[in-house]
Structures are given as C-alpha cells and as structure tokens.
Design a protein around this ligand. Structure first.
Ligand SMILES: [Zn+2]
Length: 244
C-alpha cells in the first residue's frame, strides 16, 4: 500500500492511497463495505457512516453533501449518481473519490470552512467541473481568491498519450495558445498535461495562482499506485479529504 498526505493542517486532512487491494466499489448497493474502506476508516479514526463516495461518471456534476449523505457508496446505497465532485461545509465528513490515472482535485477555503474534492478525467478537466465546484463552494460562503487547490497524483504529462480527438475536443474550451501549452508532440505522439489543464481552469475561476499546487506523483509510472493505463481493472486509488 502506498499512501501520501496532500493536506494536513489545523483545518483539513487529505490524502491519496492505493489501499491494500484498491477495491473501493461493491458489486451491489447493499453489499458490506470493502476491506479497504474499513481499513481507511480505522486509519482516519472516522466511522464508515461519515465517509461519502459518489457514483462517478466522468462528467461535470458536483453536489453539496452533509451528514445525511454519510456512508453513501460505502455502507449503503448511493443517491449521488453520475456525480464527480463533492462539496461540504461539514466537519468530520470525509469526501472520497476513486481514480486510477484521472486527477483528484482537492479544494479548501479555510476562512469559509468549505472543502471540495473532484474526480477529473480529460473530459471533466476540459469541461465545467472546476467551474461548477467553485460556484457551489461560493454558495456555501467561499471566495475564489481564498480557495486553495491541490492537484493530486495522476498520470503525468510524460506518460499521458492521447489521440487527436482529445485535442480537437479541447479546442471548444481553450484558445490556440492554451492548447500549445497543454499538449505536446513527442516522436509523432500527442501528450496532454492534465495538471496544467486544471491549473488553467482554476485560474479562470479567479483562484490566485499562488494558491494552486500540484503533486509530482504519477499513478502510471509509480507501480505502487493502481493505473488504468497500466492495465488495472476494478482496482483504483482513493482520494479523500475532511475538515477537522
Ligand atoms: Zn508518469
């Protein structure tokens, strides 16, 4: 198991873990929690009833969650369907998402007492998930200039080869200069920088550049993490964040 801490201060704690088996999803909505969630609950000292996991769909939808959502997707059926971002103002509620190469994005506004966690594949990163999350955080009292963004471990720009259709799709949302910065050709192959994509999206939401940081860990070339591109199926890494 590899587990790293991305935020740990008086306000919030957040990390990224492969778990022991990388199994976070259950086959049926009412199956018991997975061993990895039980283990995480023990490490955090937080009951399973305080952990939330949405049913992700690689889209733009985000939801504000509170205590009543606790345990969703972990110990009980999940009403958070096709949701790729969670926002909360509730202390002790653990937001979690699963990812195996996609980008986990951690959001925190300490002065407003609001956090968020996003699952961003290339479609979400190029789309509106960051915008939607910031809007929901503002609804809870957060201000873009006070939001801190941590871009978690994901497939790095040196490993993430994509097809031309990805660049064409990005052209709807980015200028030609931006596309030049986000994509690179190496030996006739095209590579995408997801980290820079998220950074650019956050800056467009008026989050100060000095508030944005990124992990250098890569899920693809670090074999301690699970990676879809490397062939892992059904096993994923887990990102989590909670307010203390
Ligand atoms: Zn890499």
């Amino acid at each position: 198991m590899k587990e790293i801490t991305l935020i740990n201060n008086s306000f919030a704690y957040g990390g990224f873990t492969s778990g022991n088996e990388g199994i976070w999803t259950r086959n049926e909505p009412f199956d018991p929690p997975t061993c990895d969630y039980i283990s995480l609950s023990g490490r955090l000292g937080i009951p399973l009833t305080n952990i939330v996991r949405p049913y992700q769909a690689g889209g733009d939808k985000t939801e504000i969650v509170c205590a009543e959502h606790g345990g969703s997707g972990v110990i009980k059926d999940n009403e958070l369907k096709k949701v790729d971002g969670l926002i909360t103002a509730e202390k002790g509620l653990v937001l979690s998402i699963i990812a195996a190469d996609c980008v986990p994005v951690y959001l925190a506004d300490e002065s407003a007492g609001v956090i968020g966690l996003l699952h961003c594949g290339w479609r979400s990163a190029a789309g509106f998930i960051v915008h939607n999350a910031v809007a929901k955080m503002q609804w809870l009292g957060a201000s873009p200039e006070k939001i801190h963004v941590i871009i978690g471990p994901h497939i790095c720009s040196g490993c993430y080869e994509v097809g031309e259709e990805v660049r064409r799709s990005f052209a709807d949302n980015f200028t030609e200069n931006e596309l030049e910065a986000l994509f690179a050709y190496r030996e006739k192959s095209l590579y995408l920088d997801l980290s820079r994509t998220i950074r650019l999206k956050a800056m467009k939401e008026h989050i100060p550049v000095e508030n944005i940081s990124a992990s250098q860990e890569c899920t693809f070339h670090d074999t301690d993490f699970y990676s879809y591109r490397r062939g892992d199926r059904g096993r994923q890494d887990l990102a989590f964040i909670m307010m203390k």
